[in-house]
Design a binder for this molecule. Structure first.
Ligand code: GDP
Ligand code: K
Length: 266
């Protein structure tokens, strides 16, 4: 049975897409530690189960709902992530997308709200975006069902795609040095070492806890502090999380320059 996780920012059409892709669904109790019910649906194609995650802006948990996502990625098994992205809010939405890609499991992007983007005069080249992110991108309108058949087809083939390397944003020499240093020490049986390292430095408390349970917690605290201090001196950003968001933001802006244009009259 293929387990597919549905993830996206709040209000991007996640529920609409869930309903379009699944025939039936059931609630299977609450997510660990929160009062949000866990909804699982059977794909209409018969190609697996779709697990609906709470809406989130980032994996770096600010809310209990966002903690759910990191815990899931750390501890549960699944084959693929279906990431719903609001085409009319690409810049903001891609912050989560990049973090999901960094995790290293196959990701299919449902580029939703294409009708809204079109009305706003925003032209997005999905093939170009797909090429840049090295992952399938399918333009959809979840409310009407446009493109949803394509999504089902893609979900059938994507879990068996072999990923060579997780998507990698370059966070600059200093941070990359610290990331490599941490990766060297992460126990080999833990998932996605580079993702763990970046999330750790971004201040993801769930990841921090998971690493501290397996490694020298004092060493981890010192590494975090010394890296934050070094970046503060070199880059002038007060917090590591702020620095990472800034670097990721610049990376996203460069991506958008390559695949989006906005027409004048809009
Ligand atoms: P969720 O909060 O991410 O689960 O989003 P919902 O599925 O509840 O959708 C939020 C709102 O956007 C609802 O009013 C939907 O009808 C609407 N919506 C969803 N997909 C689309 C779309 O592709 N185009 C447009 N115009 N509206 C959409
Ligand atoms: K909603």
């Amino acid at each position: 049975m293929t387990d597919i996780v549905l993830a996206g920012n709040p209000n991007t059409g996640k529920s609409s897409l869930f309903n379009m892709l699944t025939g039936s669904y059931e609630y299977v109790g609450n997510w660990a530690g929160v009062t949000v019910e866990k909804k699982i649906g059977q794909l209409k194609s018969g190609g697996g189960r779709l697990i609906d995650m709470p809406g989130l802006y980032s994996l770096n948990p600010l809310s209990r709902d966002e903690e759910v996502a990191s815990r899931f990625l750390l501890h549960e098994s699944f084959e693929l992530i279906l990431n719903v992205v609001d085409a009319s809010q690409l810049e903001r939405n891609l912050n989560l997308t990049i973090q999901l890609l960094e995790y290293g499991k196959p990701v299919v992007i449902g580029l939703n709200m294409m009708d809204v983007a079109e009305r706003q005069g925003l032209q997005i080249d999905p093939a170009r975006l797909s090429h840049l992110l090295n992952t399938p991108v399918i333009p959809i309108v979840a409310r009407s069902g446009r493109g949803c058949e394509q999504v089902l087809k893609e979900l059938d083939v994507s879990p068996i795609m072999k990923l060579t390397q997780p998507y990698a944003v370059s966070y600059g020499e200093l941070l990359e040095g610290a990331v490599s240093g941490l990766i060297d020490k992460i126990p080999e049986d833990m998932v996605s070492p580079r993702w763990l390292a970046i999330q750790f430095f971004e201040g993801n408390s769930v990841v921090h806890e998971a690493l501290a349970a397996r490694m020298d917690a004092h060493w981890l605290d010192e590494l975090y502090k010394s890296t934050e201090e070094a970046i503060r001196e070199a880059e002038g950003t007060k917090r590591l999380s702020q620095y990472i968001r800034k670097q990721r933001g610049q990376h996203i802006q460069a991506l958008l320059r390559e695949c989006c244009t906005r027409s004048r009259q809009a």
